[in-house]
Design a protein around this ligand. Sequence first.
Ligand code: ZN
Ligand code: ZN
Ligand code: FE
Length: 754
Amino acid sequence: MNLNSKAYLIYITGLVQGVGFRPFIYRIALNNNILGWVENNNEGVTIHAEGIENQIENFILSIQSQKPVAASIASLSVKETISKNYSNFSIRKSSSFSQLVTEVSPDIAVCNDCLDDLITQSHRISYPFINCTNCGPRFSIIHALPYDRHQTTMQPFKMCAVCNGEYENILDRRFHAQPIACNHCGPVYHIENQNIENDQIPVYIAKAIDAGKIIAMKGTGGYNFICDAYNELAVSTLRERKRREMKPFAVMCADLRTIEISFDLNNSETKSLTSWRRPIVLLKNKKFLAPSVSPNLNTTGIILPYMPIHYQIFDHLATKAIIFTSGNLTDEPVCISDSIASDELSKIADILVSYNRDIFNRSDDSVVFIATEKERIIRRSRGYVPSPIDLSFDTEGIFAAGAELTNTFTLGKGTQVIFSQHIGDLQNAETLAFYEESYNRFSKLFRFDCQLVASDMHPDYLSSNFARRLKLPIIEIQHHHAHIASCMAEHNVNEKVIGIAFDGTGYGDDGTIWGGEFFICDYIGYERKFYFDPVPLPGGDKVTKYPWRTAVSYLYKYLGSDILDTDLPFLALIDKTEIEFVKQMIAEDLNCPKSSGAGRLFDAVAALSGLCTTSNYHAEAPMRLESIIEINCKGKYIYHIEGKRIIFYKMFYQILKDIKRDATVALISAKFHNTIVSLILDLSKQLRKETSINKVVLSGGTFQNKYLLEMTEILLRMEGFTVYSHEKVPSNDGGIALGQLAIAGAKRKLQNLK
Ligand code: ZN
Ligand code: ZN
Ligand code: FE
């Protein structure tokens, strides 16, 4: 035994499981002559390392500096221990199942080493399904645990001898890379109705894109539509064929340099764009692509290549930016079926590109934006799912059904929360089927034994309906309480807070529609302290399509019906008989549910200012209102409080005055946004005075408004508040299932204590 030999236990936490971390540790242990073992456990990864002091030091430095791309280390601690005089270094097998669960990794963007191998490895020259332990498909191809090749859609492909050699060799980067494949043994692309050599496929696609054609191409989690983002005719043709008039398209750019030319880009945005999760990142436009890429908005969703074939296509493309949007029919989930693609997507696309491996788990591209330098998730799907969220308490056996629009659901596994991928709007029959299928698949994959169900209080939500059909004990949860709890759970806050939930709509416990809410709440209960003054919504849900109806309703309420007979510019944009009809509905209270939704107030201001009187897609009016803000304007309007109601009478009066004196919409928008920020500030201070609570939690879809979120956070912090907002899950209804789960878990715990 070497006298200088020492032994240490090294504890590592973070995202270190299911990302090739143990083989990596094995390799660097060998490089540094370290003996001992590495194992996964509930806390993360533990290493017993024996060796000479400076070699152990080098070993630890290498862990930090050379870790796999998809791994992230939250903590690394070292403790001296007794030497066991090991004669080798070994990987210990995972013992408990709860450890296996966390080993389902999200899909990972192709890594740089693999991109290099495309040029240098003889059996993988230009092989478009190249992958390794650090990259490649994971969640999209797995149907059962443990994660082994025969439990994935790689099952039909028999490894060739060369691949098998790499797969078995622990020193190889492809050791136990389940989707390992090469030109001799793996999946291949093909173009429908064309007979093209494999290596010519990217060339063929590139030529077609440059010629203005529309391509439907099978991706990691589903099909995408692709065309030249600089070619207005191609982009508008895609809109026409897809029947998607205005909703912005995402764009894939060749590289960061291309992005910098056309968009504002800061360090946080670059970090998200280049991360292995490869989300679509909303960036501020500098120079425009084709006009119909993101009409009327000052941002565009940008993504970098993440599959080998994306890089290969750009190698041959003249254009540096392509439309990259979900390959689906309007409102339906993204297409993963080759036969449906062949029947349906081929009506939209000129060319259909597919490959002969199945996608098992569907997922869309994820969407994020950066606010106060942090990544905020709008759609959590490919690259993020099924990474669990850690909770500070147990939710084992609880299923939370989520909401109705932008639905996701969650399952509790111990103190970890498994999130489904973005499912979508359940009112679409195909999407509802996808929801039920995903629940069954997640239950099987994660061996989930459901004992308790949490659902939205809304009696008509299809997710609540599904929850009831499970015939298990059920806890119904108020929508905005779940929003706040979701943000609390994400930050492990477990005490009474000031909860501010702003969104379009959610069922209130008095049967009216809520959505501009100030709560004092914890997981167990909530007290509604202040709320936006409810207005009638003429035609109910219809108002989301016709924001002018809500504008008319606010004016009617605050300034009387006579104001609607004056020559307000926005009314000139609407059919006279329709206006009369809506006035009558309000006067007679016919189909006019009352709503305090913040989204409706944004709608009304966008319509009243003439910016957006009818809406082509979900939240178009608030998005355009944000897009047009005059950033340098510090002015604001006046509101007042009556009891618990926040009254906007004076604000509407002032907006009308501004319109009369021809103030720009940019100015009106800024003053409106500043009003909302200032009322958040005022009421938070008032609630702090009353309750001594200093923690403010922000949630709900309205906080996807970057200006609102940043200004609110900054000003609340300046006033000494501790502020929490969403970073790991969406603030929209796509994050609500986390809050439902946390509330159900906390209530169950309380019950058990009684
Ligand atoms: Zn790789
Ligand atoms: Zn092979
Ligand atoms: Fe909501």
